[in-house]
Write a protein that binds this ligand. Sequence first.
Ligand code: PLP
Length: 403
Amino acid sequence: MRASNLLHPVREQMLPYARQWIDEDDVDAVVQVLRSDYLTSGPAVEQLERKIAEYVGAAYAVSFANGTAALHAACYAAGIGPGDRVITTPMTFAASANCVLYQGGIPVFADIDEQTYNLDPMAVERLLTDDTKAIIPVDFTGQPADLDAITELAQRRGIVVIEDAAHALGAEYKGRKVGQISDMTMFSLHPVKHITSGEGGVITTNSPKYYELLKQFRSHGITRNPSSWENEGSRWYYEMQFLGYNYRLSDLQAALACSQLDKLDRFVERRRTIAAQYNEAFSSCPQLQIPYQDQAGVSSWHLYIIQLNLEQLSAGRDVIYEALIQENIGVNVHYIPVYYHPYYRGLGYSGRICPRAERLYERILTLPLFPAMTDQDVEDVIQSVHKVIQHYSITEAEQEDSI
Ligand SMILES: *Cc1c(COP(=O)(O)O)cnc(C)c1O
């Protein structure tokens, strides 16, 4: 009977794990730029940077073509070069480590905390060497990393903290907004993230030195500021002083992000409400663990990840994943440990570096979570998870066998 139940999916249409929310006022904001004098970096980019800096409480914000470019720029500004070691987590999107490779540096993977899934400061400490130049903690799922402990380690050694907060726009740590705490903080404006510009990224910082370097890096290494020129020049003159890139955000994109930013608090509120509904629905399921929340932070809930208690289940993660897809629930897996990827294996990383991250990877599923989800969507996810988990529950199966 249970098997035939599984043949009828809980919903007819696939629910994605994430999706943007675009209103008519967002469309209008972009159209207004199309009719204006500037298509690329103009007043909308400046406005976005002012608004994001103000929102997170940082002195400066610099926008980029995407979050990965922003991380690359931050590594440049931090002075990462060939042979420098940078410690990060394997439980992240590849970009958090790739940005180190772009600069010729060496990503070093430290294991995660079993509860928060964030970088474990003690694991970081054990990997610090004289060649370590930076730490890149990731605020995984929107829950801030252990920023006090990581900042203390970094300050003791005089190294830089680049916080990958792609998941954490709107999150707080000990009463402060993420974005004002670390030397540099990166936000992504990809459509699955909290607000979007199509593609886009931002670094926030309180350092005027980093601010200048970041701006110059995103525009070929060129400066038009006479006070920083090496040579004398007329009004038309400019200098390229190092090898930068064209990593600029366009005004079209910035206008979209500005309009979205006005809705950020509502988006985050909705995400928190859905996460609380999931917590309530799943907290008493012995077959899974809901995401642990450290009291030091308030998550902005980019992702909701359940951890399967495989000991209580007759199937592994991949079977549970497929069963939920059959229910038309767009589950996902975040993330494959970065060093598992063939490219990293080719660089010489072994497949056994961070046992806690590797163990977690076998057990995780990301459930759909985005502000535009309806109450019915949330209900469908809850019902599907219960249905599939019950079906593969060992205790249930044993009970059936004994009937
Ligand atoms: C999305 C994401 C990035 C990269 O951002 P893009 O804007 O897609 O380049 C980096 N790190 C993490 C953890 C992310 O989730």
